[in-house]
Design a binder for this molecule. Structure first.
Ligand code: DGT
Ligand code: CA
Ligand code: CA
Length: 580
């Protein structure tokens, strides 16, 4: 069984326990296990086969280890199945509706017998919800809006989930003799934050049994269509995968076509038409006599219509064609430009590693610095730190840095915190301590349902305090689960610019916050973006790729990103900001 499937089981266990109202720490341990497993570089089956110890993986304790072994051995998890006997699985869908948490789900179920999204919609329309504790008339309207959003998102998958499925599938396809190219196209190649289906393109030598091999992938649940050039399957975890076999001479034009986006393709075709050309998945043709001009490679396709090659992340018809025509495409940031991470948690709050382990992982990645930014005390569920514990952690970081220096490492841990921005905009750690830290990340963790004016005022007040260097996950969205807060983004950005505060692009796959559009706004306003991982274990440091590609979708260049700068510059920028 694939890691993603095992992770899904643990996530569901966490959801079910939450609906039951169980101990939050127990719930968190399942949720963490899910995240860790999704991020593992090797499959759990391989790890076990090699004889490695599962309990050496941070976040995996005895009880979770036993469940993993059970799932690998039997394909099932009895604990999960027993929970599903107690609680209808359709309640898990209700949880995906923005504003409906486990407490509300449990209430809806027990008081009104509501088990499905349709039933919830009916009850809200009939006004049967207000009167329940915590539900008002406004809640009903909000729920109805959230249900529409849920329906639009349903059937879509998080980028990271689709990405890891596609990587596994591509590797499997490459095992077949006779295969030449295997490339994912579509929204995945554009690194959109959610993926409808995966589109894989293949070229091969004659008579290669591509489709037989494709539908025999062990993760396939259902073969929807199997043809000569196109097949469609659904994987056990629900994701649809389309495969197309292409002629080598039209591989470039097909890759261009199936990468999309649709809006980009329409604009490109229109441009070709004006030039007396025709672009299709089969190639570029002269309109008047249908002569084939090119199609073998993608760069040639763009060149033929007078454009530089456009990186897939930009293909949304939001100005990239004009920029390519003028030779002014941005020189986008890439992974190799990242010199450090400015948002990482340790064991001291809700992470899984020690500062020392995090430093080692940072050195292995070739980073120059990582800021340790544990939660502050208001975030009780995450075991947030008060001033006293924070001081202790700062001393520990000094000790680790001493040891690194003695070993001649050119790497430093920065002393930081993810300070909670309270409902009134004040900060959850005393000014005296905040000013002694290298890097202060500010964030909201509760009271999400404020009016736009109140929420904007709250964040603006925090920015004006002068203590926040980076505003973390600025809109608070959880993809497919929680809408961004009501917020005047333009106003926040104006204030951030004035106070020199950097906005974070949080790379956690279900956040990706700032999103692409807000990154572009930040860039236009000259506000530096920080691409951080918000890692809760060293495995999460890899999530930086999702942040980088989101930044690229937002047109960000190396110079627009704070953590592409060397340590000395980062510290200088922060010091200068604080003196303002
Ligand atoms: P998704 O799957 O909803 O996340 O988004 P995409 O972009 O992967 O869309 P999909 O799978 O429906 O189609 C893959 C690509 O094929 C799409 O990005 C562009 C191209 N394509 C599909 N339908 C059309 C169409 O009607 N017109 C044009 N010009 N291109 C299309
Ligand atoms: Ca697709
Ligand atoms: Ca498709």
């Amino acid at each position: 069984m694939e890691n993603t499937e095992i992770a899904r089981i643990f996530n569901e266990i966490a959801d079910l326990l939450e609906i039951k109202g169980e101990n939050p720490f127990r719930i968190r341990s399942y949720r963490n296990a899910g995240l860790v497993i999704e991020g593992l570089p090797l499959s759990l089956a391989t790890i076990v086969e090699r004889g490695d110890r599962l309990e050496d993986i941070p976040g995996i304790g005895t009880s979770i280890k036993e469940k993993i072994l059970e799932i690998l051995r039997t394909g099932r998890c009895r604990f999960h199945e027993e929970l599903l006997k107690e609680i209808p699985s359709s309640l898990l869908d209700l949880l995906k509706i923005s504003g409906v948490g486990p407490r509300k789900v449990s209430l809806l179920y027990r008081r009104l017998g509501i088990k499905t999204v349709d039933e919830l919609e009916r009850a809200a329309k009939e006004g049967r919800l207000h009167g329940l504790p915590g539900f008002g008339e406004k809640t009903e309207k909000k729920i109805l809006r959230a249900i529409d959003e849920f329906r639009a998102m349903s059937g879509r998958f998080r980028l990271s989930v689709a990405h890891s499925c596609a990587v596994g599938y591509v590797e499997y396809m490459k095992e077949l003799k006779g295969i030449i190219d295997v490339v994912p196209a579509g929204s995945l190649r554009r690194w959109k934050d959610s993926i409808g289906d995966v589109d894989i393109l293949v070229t091969c030598r004659k008579n290669t049994p591509v489709m037989d091999h494709f539908v025999s992938y062990p993760e396939v649940k259902e073969v929807v269509a199997k043809g000569e050039t196109k097949s469609t399957v659904i994987l056990k975890m629900g994701l649809q995968v389309d495969l197309r076999v292409l002629e080598r001479r039209s591989f470039g034009s097909a890759l261009q076509y199936f990468t999309g986006s649709k809006a980009h393709n329409i604009a490109l075709r229109e441009r070709a038409r004006r030039m007396g050309l025709k672009i299709s998945e089969y190639g570029v043709f002269r309109e008047k006599d249908n002569t084939w001009i090119c199609g073998r490679d993608e760069e040639e396709v763009y060149r033929t219509v007078g454009l530089e090659w456009i990186t897939p992340e930009l293909r949304e018809n939001t100005g990239e064609i004009e920029a390519a025509e003028a030779g002014r495409l941005p020189n986008l940031v890439d992974t190799s430009a990242i010199r450090g991470d400015l948002h990482v948690h340790t064991k001291e709050s809700d992470g899984m590693n020690t500062p020392e382990e995090i430093a080692t992982a940072g050195i292995e990645r070739g980073y120059e610095y990582i800021a340790i930014t544990d939660h502050s005390k208001a975030v009780g569920i995450a075991h947030g730190l008060d001033e006293k514990r924070l001081l202790k952690e700062m001393a520990e970081i000094d000790r680790v840095n001493e040891r690194l220096k003695k070993r001649g490492e050119r790497f430093r841990l920065l002393k930081g915190v993810e300070v909670d921005i309270r409902a009134d905009g004040s900060l959850d750690i005393s000014a005296d301590i905040l000013s002694r830290l290298d890097c202060v990340v500010g964030a909201i963790h509760s009271g999400f349902n404020m009016s736009k004016e109140d929420m904007t005022r709250r964040i603006v007040k925090a920015i004006r305090s002068g203590f926040i260097d980076i505003l973390a996950h600025p809109t608070g969205r959880i993809i497919g689960t929680r809408e961004p807060y009501q917020l005047d983004m333009e106003g926040i950005m104006e204030e951030a610019r004035r106070y020199g505060v950097s906005l974070e692009l949080n790379s956690y796959p279900d956040r990706l916050d700032l999103n692409d559009i807000n990154c572009k706004l930040a860039r236009e306003r000259g506000i530096p973006v920080t691409i951080s991982t918000d890692s809760h274990g060293i495995f999460h440091l890899n999530n930086i790729i999702y942040g980088i590609h989101t930044a690229r979708r937002g047109w960000l260049e190396e110079k627009d990103v704070l953590n592409t700068r060397p340590l000395r510059e980062v510290l200088k920028i922060i010091k200068k900001r604080r003196r303002q």
